[in-house]
Design a binder for this molecule. Sequence first.
Ligand SMILES: [Fe+2]
Length: 399
Amino acid sequence: MAYYHKLGNIPHKRHTQFRQPDGSLYAEQLVGTLGFSGVSSLLYHINPPTRIARIGEPVPYAPKVAAGIKLAPHHLRTLDVKTTGTDYLSARKTMMLNNDVAISICNPSELEMSYSYKNGQADEVVFVHEGSGVLLSQMGKLEFREGDYIVIPRTIIHQFKFNEGPVRLLVIESFSPIETPRRYRNHFGQLLEHSPFCERDIRAPHELIEFEAGGEHLVQIKKDGMLHQYHYEFSPFDVVGWDGYFYPYAFSIYDFEPITGRVHQPPPVHQNFEAHNFVICSFVPRLFDYHPEAIPAPYNHSNVDSDEVLYYVAGDFMSRKGVDRASFTVHPGGIPHGPHPGTVEASIGKKETHEYAVMIDTFKPLHLTEEAVAYMDKNYPMSWNENHPNPPRSADMFD
Ligand SMILES: [Fe+2]
């Protein structure tokens, strides 16, 4: 994160004596990124975070890449999936991934977690498509609601507590730090005036968590395709204070201010976050282009060196027929894509759009998983051809 935040009690000077009521020292912990060169926070624990009671057997937790997928545009429909599992981790189903990012759906039926979780090697961006609740973490409570991106940097121990169902989440794991776009920040890290959002739109944890001493606490740690089972005899939320730049935060897609123009604006105007080799963009309601001859629908384009994933959130999706809320479209680099037949003419004269969508553009090819195949609309690659509304079986992607 690009601004300083603190909660609870911390000593006047870092790395100095800070004592508990019984005279013992609090355990200071630096949590930092990029060696000691990235952002960091200092946490003060009642118990040393190193005091492990036992380590259980790891549980395999790696998606399988599907074999034999043809190079083609893909459409995955997930709206009808009411639940993808019981608890937060078992419900996470990865749809596509590469070495930089993994994209999953997660529709848990259970509203509370009986364990805590941390991702040991990836930042996570959880987009709340449906649901609301509170994220409990070592840094405190963070309320969230529909439309929020919750950015959880790696290694932060946390739990989701949902208020009510149904819960529908889009989870983006990033193997490099998630940041705001560099071109929107000044030399000091502050978001600039031309940025589509500013620090005021970013919500940090606001209250530390009350916890009980003792008890057994399980933390599941995701690393290298496994969930590692760490047991502690104290709450991992035993933090009495912290400060720094490294913490989970929420940003609402409803607070993203669109950038518009006289003619069609390119996708980077929608950019919300960036990481190594991919970006996350927010498409939000906006006025259309105001040149008198403007064509509001996007032009055909070739993603020469990137794969483009759109996750449809709400509204009517101007340039795509047949896609619905919670649909993914995946347009791989190497082949052109563009609006469906009829949508270009139909867009002329339109004044505004009410669509919401999340886009993930990667600079390395994505691989669909075996889970994703179940959601695939096999007619989608031919859906630009008016002569073949229902392509024959032989047109299947897996023949
Ligand atoms: Fe595109």
